[in-house]
Design a protein around this ligand. Structure first.
Ligand SMILES: Cc1cc2nc3c(=O)[nH]c(=O)nc-3n(C[C@H](O)[C@H](O)[C@H](O)COP(=O)(O)OP(=O)(O)OC[C@H]3O[C@@H](n4cnc5c(N)ncnc54)[C@H](O)[C@@H]3O)c2cc1C
Length: 342
């Protein structure tokens, strides 16, 4: 079998690696158009993600584990007053560029053909490969190929920045300003850097944000484009047509405040490849993949919307006693099973 993968993000690279490793396909090609130009910031990787990797690719899991920044407490601060609690289970984050590099190297070692350029047209790939995996993120080519995509803006406007220092743990930092409340979700992703994702009413720049939070925040060193926007939750139907299948953000996005996008991308890759390994023909495998994954993804999207709505209405609870404010934040009207963040 010949498989083409559009996009070398977590979903595409893990799919390519597993397809090759499980012997499902003998020829696998990945196209990635922006190698080395990815954001310099980090993403939270729940322990389940590492467990998943360890089951199929223990060496890769070990390499990822060596680069994780880990923490065991979660902090909630409001106007400088701090409340902390045990993070259950312990959490971890990694630089997105490091994660992608490790996956890229693992694919290369497994014999996946890696092309550092824009992928050919979807129709051209579909006619020359047995399967095309669209793992090209939230602006997928699939949107122009007969799949039905709906996008809903959820949560408050946010911007993604960083800090040149490692915070000790995940911190939710609230500050009230004259124009309203600002909330930051900040966590370490290496021994010298942290992600600082901020939400608020006005599109403040790094200098104003540094003053407001008392931390020297900076824009992305790679993209250097501080953009405030609302999160776009993406839903696509169906996830496969003929010999084209969608994985990761190409198929769905989930609000960042429950820190699950990368994990869901990994799970998609696992279930898709597992379905292909056991099913006797491809259409059946693609249906099993969607039947298995869609209910899980819908549950995460619902949790993401609940969480996003909490952050949109933070002013309603901002003046509660700090411990009650923190409890409201960490449960966000529902139980996520872990203290999750961006
Ligand atoms: C603000 C924010 C914070 C987040 N924080 C977290 C977090 O803490 N934890 C977490 O798990 N997730 C987080 N996420 C979500 C996470 O980043 C995504 O869910 C995850 O990266 C999805 O992986 P993917 O491989 O599906 O897509 P992507 O990571 O978007 O990868 C798609 C790849 O395809 C490439 N590509 C696209 N089109 C083409 C083309 N035509 N030709 C060649 N290459 C192409 C792109 O360059 C890109 O590398 C966050 C998202 C946002 C927006």
């Amino acid at each position: 079998m010949r498989v083409a993968v559009i996009g070398g993000g977590p979903a595409g690279l893990l799919t390519a690696l597993l397809v090759k490793q499980r012997g499902v396909a003998d020829h696998v090609v990945v196209w990635e158009r922006s190698r080395g130009e990815d954001t310099g910031f980090g993403v939270i990787l729940p322990s389940e993600s590492l467990d998943l990797l360890r089951r199929a690719a223990p060496d890769l899991a070990d390499a990822v584990a060596r680069h994780l920044a880990r923490w065991e407490r979660t902090g909630v601060s409001r106007n400088g007053e701090l409340w902390t609690t045990k993070a259950t289970p312990p959490m971890a984050a990694i630089a997105r560029s490091t994660l992608k590099r490790l996956l890229w190297e693992a694919c290369g070692a497994q014999g996946v053909v890696l092309r550092e350029r824009e992928a050919p047209k979807l129709s051209a790939l579909a006619s020359s490969y047995d399967l095309v995996v669209c793992a090209d993120g939230a602006g997928s080519m699939a949107d122009r190929a007969g799949f039905t995509t709906t996008v809903e803006e959820v949560g408050p406007p946010y911007a993604w920045l960083g800090l040149d220092q490692a915070l000790g743990e995940l911190n939710f930092l609230g500050v009230s300003a004259v124009d309203g409340c600002y909330m930051a979700h900040a966590y370490p992703f290496s021994d010298s850097a942290s992600t600082f994702l901020v939400e608020g009413a006005r599109a403040l720049g790094p200098a104003d944000l540094s003053v407001l939070f008392g931390l020297p925040v900076r824009p992305d060193p790679v993209r250097d484009n501080l953009i405030w926007r609302r999160f776009r939750e993406r839903t696509v139907r169906p996830w496969s047509r003929s010999n084209i299948v969608l994985v990761g953000d190409a198929a769905h996005t989930v609000h960042y405040s429950i820190g699950s996008g990368t994990h869901l991308a990994f799970e998609d890759a696992f279930v898709l490849v597992e379905s292909m390994a056991v099913a006797d023909y491809l259409p059946r495998a693609l249906s099993v993949y969607e039947e298995t994954r869609r209910p899980v993804v819908e549950r995460f999207q619902e949790q993401g919307r609940t969480s996003a709505a909490w952050f949109s209405q933070v002013e309603d609870v901002f003046d509660l006693p700090l411990s009650r404010f923190a409890a409201s934040l960490l449960t966000r009207g529902g139980s996520f099973g872990r203290d999750v963040g961006t």
